[in-house]
Write a protein that binds this ligand. Structure first.
Ligand SMILES: [Zn+2]
Length: 466
């Protein structure tokens, strides 16, 4: 690969020939700075001190400056941790600009008793490092900084850096980009908040599911009444609700609501065994639904009952339940409008009238999914770069989790290609206890990003024709 890159000439490609050696030499420093960053409990949730968030901001600004970035700014929005902005101008007028995104806030650690080592004491483990936020998303920030180091602060493309400080909790920033598109101007962006479907399998995440929520209520009586005296004819609200919830899936467990898009999944997917292990589904317990796992997980709908209000067993009286409600979480095909999907689900529930009793249905929030256009020059360059970094053909995958900002960025810069890859992998326990990053994945992501900049710079022609 080195030889070939060298042979095809071009300033950027010549500079890229020794990237493996350069990246290997950088790894110790990258890991040391990653540990410094991960030792800061930068949790941007209410109830946590805002100080560590600012400390992480300060460290990143210093690391960017040390990596040769002169033009560093900050965006402050109401109720939102600072967004670090920075730019490096393109080396030549016809070079492209690449936006590098990551976030420096982390999820709360949860119950620390479930951690093998304290969450904010980065700890070396076999082949990796364990700490809260080390994978999501601090390793990916170090991928960006490491990439700048690999080029001595003078990469072969223009750079536009966006390091967000309140991704995990959500903030005013999610909807900001379309209001200030100039800040996000670029030809391609690397949203480094994902990773490989499994360690060693280079993965471009090209689709994100949409999501929506809905409340459904059954009110049958003004108050509870004696189940011996009235039970039978007196309508039980919980039974009414359960009968409604029972119609959401067919006998196989496939979603039975009309109007929810479902298509074959054409990208890579987990094996059933990988899925079982990751989700903790014991052998002997069947998986629900039919069709490929990718179709059930990503290109088809899922409906989950995430909450139910009814008398708890401990307080159960011998009484007919007058009121019950459930909260449903809906996940939809990346290209289906989640509001349309939500309307389909709400319509289904409203039409039901179990035992003739109408339900009260209240649609909630809906967030769109995302599907990338994958045929442009940045995708071609990224596929070459990922193959070089991991020595295997890259696959396309999807993520069930949403990244709300992706849609905001796509709206702000509609012509930019959006790439999602990074140092995470499916077993890094993000948001759970014992989060970890593998050094093999960190090195791979760093090499991939550095190689991507070189490939993209060499292939890019202003105006888009390549
Ligand atoms: Zn993240």
């Amino acid at each position: 690969m080195n030889q070939e890159a060298h042979g095809r000439g071009g300033r950027a490609r010549k500079g890229a020939a020794g990237l493996e050696t350069t990246v290997d030499a950088l790894m110790d420093g990258v890991c040391a700075d990653l540990k410094r960053l991960a030792a800061i409990p930068s949790i941007a949730f209410p109830g946590f001190s805002p100080e560590p968030v600012l400390q992480a901001r300060d460290l990143l600004v210093a690391l960017l400056r040390d990596a040769g970035v002169a033009d560093i700014g900050e965006l402050n929005l109401p109720g939102t941790a600072p967004v670090i902005t920075a730019t490096i101008p393109p080396p030549t007028p016809d070079a492209p600009t690449v936006l590098l995104y990551g976030h420096y806030d982390v999820q709360p650690p949860g119950d620390e008793r479930h951690w093998t080592s304290p969450p904010f004491e980065p700890t070396d483990i076999e082949g990796g490092i364990r700490a809260r936020g080390i994978a999501d998303d601090k390793a990916n920030l170090m991928v960006h900084i490491g990439t700048l180091r690999a080029y001595g602060g003078r990469p072969p493309v223009g750079i536009n850096i966006i390091f967000e400080g309140q991704e995990e909790y959500g903030s005013a920033f999610d909807h900001y980009p379309p209001t200030d598109p100039g800040l996000f101007a670029c030809d391609a962006m690397v949203i480094a908040d994902t990773g490989n479907i499994r360690p060693g399998t280079p993965t471009l995440t090209t689709a994100l599911r949409g999501a929506a929520e809905l409340l459904v209520e059954a009110r049958t009586l003004p108050a509870a009444v004696h189940s011996g005296q009235y039970g039978g004819p007196a309508p039980d609200a919980l039974l009414v609700l359960l009968k409604a919830l029972g119609t959401l899936h067919d006998v196989h467990g496939d979603v039975a609501v009309e109007g929810l898009r479902r298509e074959p999944w054409t990208g890579a997917t987990l094996t059933d065994d990988e899925f079982r292990e990751l989700a903790g589904v014991p052998h002997g317990t069947p998986l629900i639904g039919t069709g490929s796992l990718g179709e059930r997980l990503w290109s088809g709908p899922a409906i989950t009952v995430i909450g139910l209000d009814a008398p708890p067993v401990a307080d159960a009286a011998s009484a007919v339940v007058p009121y019950a409600r459930a909260k449903l979480n809906l996940r939809v095909h990346p290209r289906q409008d989640p509001k349309e999907a939500l309307a389909a689900l709400a319509g289904h529930l409203r039409r039901l009238r179990p035992f003739g009793i109408p339900l009260t249905v209240t649609p909630g929030e809906a967030g769109p999914g995302y599907e990338a256009a994958t045929t442009g020059p940045a995708y071609r360059a990224a596929r070459t770069a990922l193959r070089r970094a991991w020595g295997a053909d890259p696959v396309h995958s999807a993520s069930g989790g949403s990244i709300p900002l992706v849609n905001g960025l796509a709206a702000a810069v509609p012509d930019a290609e959006i790439l999602l890859f990074g140092a995470e992998d499916n077993r890094c326990n993000l948001h759970g206890p014992d989060e970890r990053v593998l050094l093999s994945e960190l090195r791979g992501a760093l090499l991939a990003e550095a190689a991507f900049l070189a490939e993209y710079a060499a292939a890019y022609r202003p105006g888009g024709a390549v």
